[in-house]
Design a protein around this ligand. Structure first.
Ligand code: HEC
Ligand code: HEC
Ligand code: HEC
Ligand code: HEC
Ligand code: HEC
Length: 231
């Protein structure tokens, strides 16, 4: 071949490997950026990128519907610490057995429950809501803040006597500005957890991520400094 002849560029073998590598790294960086974007959107704003999922399957299909609507139990009958402490708490098998020693023979879920009670095994309910370890959440403060006799308002001035329309609507869809409502402790749950009483299986219905928490704090004259929620 003469000098100067046009020659097709033939990459050397080690160049092929090198370009391949650069391509792969590029893809990895792209994927990283996308993942970070999704993380920021979900973590800070709580916008579920793929929508709120179904609640998780539980070791026993425990229906809130039956226990709240049909049996007529109050939320605080089972979630005993919710008005006094940080956690709401999930009842132990023993509490269920005060009824199910006698009630529900032959129903699959109840028979499984009795198995757990007899063998003394703990029921490991799968958590539906959970904030990360660096965040503190206190149920008691929220139940106290939103329960009582409240006048429904557009914008809040006095939290003792008023509730915003936004929160009131989550308790009762027909709530209207100007009305006064009596909010019981167990009705406050709906502001964050939705209508659990009509969920055969509990699922999360509100982001409860940082932006959601902070926006509600701002709208309700609650503290928004970092140390309120972060250790
Ligand atoms: C008979 C007892 C009982 C009553 C009454 C009851 N619960 Fe529950 N609740 C449970 C049990 C057991 C679980 C755990 C299993 C599950 O998630 O379904 C639970 C789970 C929950 C969860 C999900 C907790 C998590 O993992 O994040 C919420 C929220 C909740 N209950 C709210 C309520 C509200 C609101 C009421 C009243 C309308 C209520 N519960 C009444 C027993 C009860
Ligand atoms: C105050 C009494 C009472 C308590 C406490 C109670 N239950 Fe029940 N439960 C009932 C009654 C009543 C029924 C309906 C039984 C029937 O349909 O014959 C029922 C039904 C059930 C069923 C069957 C639902 C269905 O139709 O498939 C399951 C599962 C169950 N309970 C689990 C639990 C668990 C778990 C707990 C504790 C967290 C609990 N129960 C606490 C009264 C109670
Ligand atoms: C201001 C919003 C808000 C309100 C109001 C609220 N919760 Fe919760 N709930 C949460 C958050 C956030 C978590 C997750 C907390 C965590 O991971 O420590 C949670 C967790 C739970 C859990 C599971 C963990 C635990 O604390 O035992 C139960 C059960 C529960 N809530 C029941 C209730 C009940 C019952 C009420 C009403 C009496 C209620 N919640 C009111 C936001 C709320
Ligand atoms: C529906 C509105 C609302 C939402 C949502 C909400 N909060 Fe609150 N929060 C309040 C109000 C109102 C208070 C009461 C402030 C007071 O007592 O001065 C409060 C109080 C608190 C307190 C102070 C408890 C204390 O020491 O007195 C903490 C901590 C807290 N919230 C954390 C959170 C976190 C974390 C989230 C999100 C997972 C959250 N909150 C979501 C309205 C809300
Ligand atoms: C009203 C409660 C609340 C306040 C006030 C608050 N945060 Fe958060 N923050 C949260 C919650 C809840 C999460 C966890 C979100 C999740 O589930 O991933 C969080 C997460 C974070 C994270 C972790 C990164 C992430 O996206 O998950 C950082 C960093 C953070 N907060 C910084 C701050 C700073 C700085 C301030 C003060 C300017 C602040 N927060 C005030 C509730 C709060």
């Amino acid at each position: 071949m003469l000098k100067g002849d046009a020659e097709l560029y033939r990459p050397k073998k080690k160049h092929v490997v090198l370009f391949g590598l650069i391509g792969l790294i590029g893809l990895a960086v792209m994927a990283g950026v996308v993942a970070l974007g999704v993380f920021v959107v979900t973590a800070w704003f709580g916008l579920p990128v793929f929508g709120f999922s179904e609640g998780p399957d539980q070791p026993i299909a425990f229906p809130h519907t039956v226990h709240v609507n049909e049996v007529g139990l109050d939320c605080t009958f089972c979630h005993r610490t919710v008005t006094e402490e940080a956690p709401a708490s999930i009842p132990a098998v023993g509490l269920c057995m005060t009824c199910h020693q006698a009630v529900g023979s032959g129903i699959e879920g109840v028979e499984t429950l009795r198995d757990f009670a007899e063998t003394g095994r703990a029921l490991n309910w799968v958590r539906v809501h959970r904030v990360p370890d660096h965040v503190q959440f206190v149920h008691e403060a929220h139940i106290r803040a939103f329960s009582g006799s409240k006048k429904i308002v557009e914008a809040l001035r006095d939290r003792e006597t008023e509730i915003r329309l936004d929160e009131a609507r989550r308790i009762d869809v027909d709530a209207a500005v100007g009305e006064t409502i009596e909010v019981a402790g167990s009705q406050v749950c709906a502001i964050c957890h939705g209508d659990v009483a009509s969920m055969p299986k509990v699922k999360q219905v509100r982001p409860l991520k940082m932006a959601d928490c902070v926006n509600c704090h701002r709208d309700n004259n609650a503290p928004t400094d970092c140390t309120t929620c972060h250790y």
